[in-house]
Write a protein of this length. Sequence first.
Length: 777
Amino acid sequence: MATQLLLFFLGAITVSNAEVTKIWKLSSRELIDYRAYRDVTVLHFRIPEQTLTAHFNFTVSEKLTSTQLFTGCKPRKVSLYLKYGSLPVINPDGAKFPDNFSVSYRVPVYRAEFQSDEVPILLNVSSPFPGDWFAAAFLSYTDPNNDQILQQGLTPSCAAMMDSSMSVDITEDITVIIPGEDTVSHLDPGIESKTFKFYVPSGTWKVRINVTSEKCENVPCIFMSFSPRAVPEPGLNNGNCDSDDGCESEFIPAVENWYYVTVGPQEASSEVLDFNLKVSFLPYNSTDKWQLLNTTLSNLVNDRFDYDVAAVLDDFQNFWTLVPLVRQSFSAFFTFNFLSEQADFNKGFFSINVSMNELAVMQFEVNYVSDIGGTLTFEMKLEDDDNLKNVTGNLYNVTVVACLSYQARAVPFFSPDTCLNFTGDFSEARLQVNTSNDNSRIGSIHVPFPEPGYWFITLKPFCYTNDSYPMECTTDLGILNVSLIIESNMCTADNCGRFGDCYNYMSGGFIFSTCVCRHGYIGWGCTDDSRVTSLVELLVAALLLTLSNMFFIPAVVMAIRRKYYTEALVYACTMFFSTFYHACDAGEDIYSYCLMRLNVLQFCDFYSAILSLWVTLIAMSDVGTTLKSIAHMAGAVGIALGTEYNRTSLWVLVVPALVGIAIMTQSWIWRCKSLRSCYPSVKYWKFYFPPGVLLVTVGLVCYSFLQTKQNYKFVHSAWHIIMALAIIFLLPARKQDSTPVINTEDFIALPTVTCVPCTRSSWKENKFLKLIRFWER
Ligand SMILES: *[C@@H]1O[C@H](CO)[C@@H](O)[C@H](O)[C@H]1NC(C)=O
Ligand SMILES: *[C@@H]1O[C@H](CO)[C@@H](O)[C@H](O)[C@H]1NC(C)=O
Ligand SMILES: *[C@@H]1O[C@H](CO)[C@@H](O)[C@H](O)[C@H]1NC(C)=O
Ligand SMILES: *[C@@H]1O[C@H](CO)[C@@H](O)[C@H](O)[C@H]1NC(C)=O
Ligand SMILES: *[C@@H]1O[C@H](CO)[C@@H](O)[C@H](O)[C@H]1NC(C)=O
Ligand SMILES: *[C@@H]1O[C@H](CO)[C@@H](O)[C@H](O)[C@H]1NC(C)=O
Ligand SMILES: *[C@@H]1O[C@H](CO)[C@@H](O)[C@H](O)[C@H]1NC(C)=O
Ligand SMILES: *[C@@H]1O[C@H](CO)[C@@H](O)[C@H](O)[C@H]1NC(C)=O
Ligand SMILES: *[C@@H]1O[C@H](CO)[C@@H](O)[C@H](O)[C@H]1NC(C)=O
Ligand SMILES: *[C@@H]1O[C@H](CO)[C@@H](O)[C@H](O)[C@H]1NC(C)=O
Ligand SMILES: *[C@@H]1O[C@H](CO)[C@@H](O)[C@H](O)[C@H]1NC(C)=O
Ligand SMILES: *[C@@H]1O[C@H](CO)[C@@H](O)[C@H](O)[C@H]1NC(C)=O
């Protein structure tokens, strides 16, 4: 009586204060493009108890990271997923999840899509679970095949920075009630509702809430709603208040949690409404199991589709036995398993007995933070022992239904194919194995990023009375031996399979494991092959990218003929390294050949390509031998430095090009002035320079603006060919100053002399001479 008075008193003096206060702020975090799950930025929030609504405020702005030719960043699309307990499991790229992955039927995921335009996005979550909340944010997924391969320096480099904060409105206006005792309270006129809470300790089998009011006078006048962990959302009416004198609900509770109960009038009334609230815990009752079961089942069989499911379940609660489990942790992150006490700890699985009379329940805990970044696996196998053989041979084919549920026990059921639950809003997954063939006796469920807290597994056998439909068994099955695996692994149970590698990533101070896929495979476990490049395509790409370098052969030969030996060497190197770089890079391990490490080849490829450009420009300028060798050495050193510094930056290409063009122009002007005529020759200006420059321009446009991942094999091969051809056009006809001028007629006569003995046909000879003349100009 004293307690009641005290509680009543407490309830009366508390004042309603539901104002929004900001309690959580995260500093700016950079968001990056989503290619795989590792690219998400993790944001962590902690919601306090008794929060009515959490208001999340996300703002993303673009920041210029380096001053470039271009200024100003365009807003980009941002995606955000927010969830209680653990990181959200998502597939923005639309990839398939691996088989038997439990992704739906989990705690709700809140999703927002917006722009990085500094407009705040507000996300309101009403009645949130208190505790850890995680958001995964990233720049929205776009198909990487359509992405441009942009040279650094051509576009502004921007960083999308996300600012986030969280405000909550917390209610203090909650009265604690003590289970088993009556709480007398009243609703004043005009008041919407009153909220109470009680704690459900571990081991509580069932909870009953009973609200009665004498004022109701044969019409329902009061409503009641309840929910675990958070104040019930306004409008929720799960209290079963149809009876005349109040509300009465019975449910399987989420243990070790506070439950919140809201009581209010069904209709606004001008009178004070007195009511009595009583919460009772129903303990596990093991007496007289078999008798009760027998009656229940007899009823069931008599009229299978016309029974009160709740009543049946009610009775079954009394036949559950809790199998105690031992946790075994391993040294790797997120790696642990649960076994029964008698199990062999080296084997990783354990056996339990499942019978009709005594249904098995297991309970295990997933820890906060340290356990949530892996994948929880539950596997079940119906062992084919003598008893099972006897059962399937003489009585029934059987099926065992297992429910894996979060926070509260679920009840295995067969019609509908579901695990019945009484508390809502928690994760659950259902697994069914049967004796129809050897493969179907094994089943598995995988729960990626499991929520922390208690998880339950419940098992129950059903019988096939005919071949298609299972129902409650009517004859004793004896003991069914079921082997179970309950374990957690990094990434996936098969460690990302053949086409992926498992890595642990850290973001926002939290570690999670995720697969990084190879060979174009995508998805959580690298199991989705829908975007794998076909072998033919790979082969075509490899061949195009390597063989297009053969176009450098004419350039090399021509350079030798014109006695540009240094240049010929550089062109030959370019051809060699480009060929082997692409041979190593293009075939995705299938059609690839790596002469050296890819990184070394890549350096050599970039280096020799830019050096080719440099020596060509120097060759085109008319500078003396000394100046030329200085220029060559300076170029060799400077380009090596630039390439090592940042080989993908456009400046590495642009600076030598500009310097080379400047030297070339200067030397031409000087030469023109001193010769008092056009230099180089009119012929060069007319026939060779314009097409050469045109080719270079087309090549640069392709290289800088048109390359995407999809067309890379074509555009980049074209770039090889265009550059090789441009050299042929641009390299001037003759070395100007080193050797004395050779009479052209003599020179052209030379091959004729050597070839006379070996060629019979003069037609061939003429053709060859024409070719020589073309190279010689
Ligand atoms: C959201 O955050 C932005 C910047 O952090 C702030 O300017 C804005 O006022 C906030 N909005 C609300 C509703 O709190
Ligand atoms: C979210 O909450 C804020 C503050 O109470 C309110 O201004 C806003 O309208 C709400 N937004 C939505 C979508 O409910
Ligand atoms: C609910 O409470 C009322 C009044 O205390 C009582 O008459 C009724 O039997 C209770 N119901 C149950 C199922 O305990
Ligand atoms: C257990 O159940 C039996 C049969 O339903 C009942 O008679 C008995 O009183 C119950 N025991 C407890 C402690 O509730
Ligand atoms: C089960 O109940 C039926 C009648 O409903 C009765 O005949 C039978 O003996 C009972 N079996 C057991 C094992 O109690
Ligand atoms: C299962 O039942 C068999 C036979 O009754 C017994 O030998 C075995 O110990 C039981 N196993 C467990 C895990 O209880
Ligand atoms: C096989 O099942 C029948 C029928 O339930 C039972 O009488 C018999 O004892 C069982 N035999 C074995 C070896 O379990
Ligand atoms: C169990 O299933 C198998 C294969 O479908 C069938 O041959 C057998 O007769 C069934 N057993 C019973 C008892 O129904
Ligand atoms: C609880 O069970 C009902 C079916 O009775 C189902 O519709 C609902 O999705 C389940 N809730 C959860 C969270 O699994
Ligand atoms: C037995 O299980 C397998 C695999 O889970 C399923 O394909 C098959 O339909 C089931 N058999 C029956 C009779 O339900
Ligand atoms: C998924 O479950 C089915 C049966 O439930 C099983 O046959 C299959 O091997 C499982 N797949 C994986 C990848 O675990
Ligand atoms: C199997 O049994 C159920 C229930 O008795 C019945 O509704 C169904 O038609 C039967 N199916 C077959 C194929 O006999």
